[in-house]
Ligand binder design. Structure first.
Ligand SMILES: N[C@@H](CCC(=O)N[C@@H](CS)C(=O)NCC(=O)O)C(=O)O
Length: 212
């Protein structure tokens, strides 16, 4: 039985979607995104940063959304959510997942948490503007990589498609972010991922109100 430290709007929604796709039982532990609300000590023991997602199970625990994604896919290979180590698409699976986490998520962080990147409050709007431009740059690289592919990896659906979908739910033109229509290949895949029952369940609050 998995335990997922969970908050709406956060990267923990992607991990919950993967657990739904795997058909694995899990408990959600609700966490306030606001860092002023104290985290449970057992969560902080795993992730001293206090961020979600944190995943625990009978014999272990970990954080970092991309790493959890790989771990879950490898632990439950029968679901076919990731190419195996010997599959020719494994390198691009890992590369793209790390790019999403390291470059695209980082650009989001500049816009959502500018205080972590600016030396003074007066410099925060500059960090936000740079983050919004960085979103355009990094999503464009992903969009070009996808090209005419049916899914990010080509013909095959994978956890990477869920990850990319999750990233698109954070795009807010009202915050200066590019609109998803700017990246038609990403949008084509996000639209298909949205149809999956797992996504309809987990993202119901976002589907009802995309600016929730
Ligand atoms: N690199 C981490 C980032 C996790 C992260 O930024 N989580 C956000 C929600 S998406 C969070 O917990 N935010 C609270 C905060 O950072 O103050 C991951 O991918 O798991």
């Amino acid at each position: 039985m998995y335990k997922l430290y969970y908050a709406l709007k956060s990267a923990s929604m992607g991990i919950r979607t993967i657990l739904e796709e795997l058909g694995e039982p899990y408990d959600l532990i609700p966490i306030a995104l606001d860092m002023d609300t104290p985290r449970p000590p057992e969560m902080l023991a795993v992730n001293p940063n206090g961020w979600v997602p944190v995943l625990t199970w009978d014999t272990g625990a970990m954080y970092e959304c991309a790493a959890i994604t790989v771990y879950l896919c490898d632990r439950h290979p029968q679901a076919g959510l990731a190419p195996s180590a010997s599959d020719p698409t494994r390198p691009v699976f890992l590369q793209t997942l790390v790019y999403c986490s390291n470059s695209i998520q980082n650009a989001f962080q500049l816009t959502y948490y500018p205080d972590r990147f600016a030396d003074a409050p007066s410099e925060e709007p500059g960090a936000q503007r740079r983050g919004a431009r960085r979103l355009r740059e990094t999503f464009t690289v992903l969009d070009d990589q996808i090209g005419d592919n049916a899914w990010v990896l080509g013909e095959r659906f994978s956890a990477l498609d869920i990850y990319v979908f999750m990233l698109t739910t954070w795009l807010r033109p009202a915050l200066g972010h590019p609109a998803i229509e700017t990246f038609p290949n990403v949008k084509r895949i996000a639209d298909k991922v949205l149809q999956r029952p797992s996504v309809q369940l987990v993202y119901a609050p976002w589907i009802e109100n995309p600016t929730y």
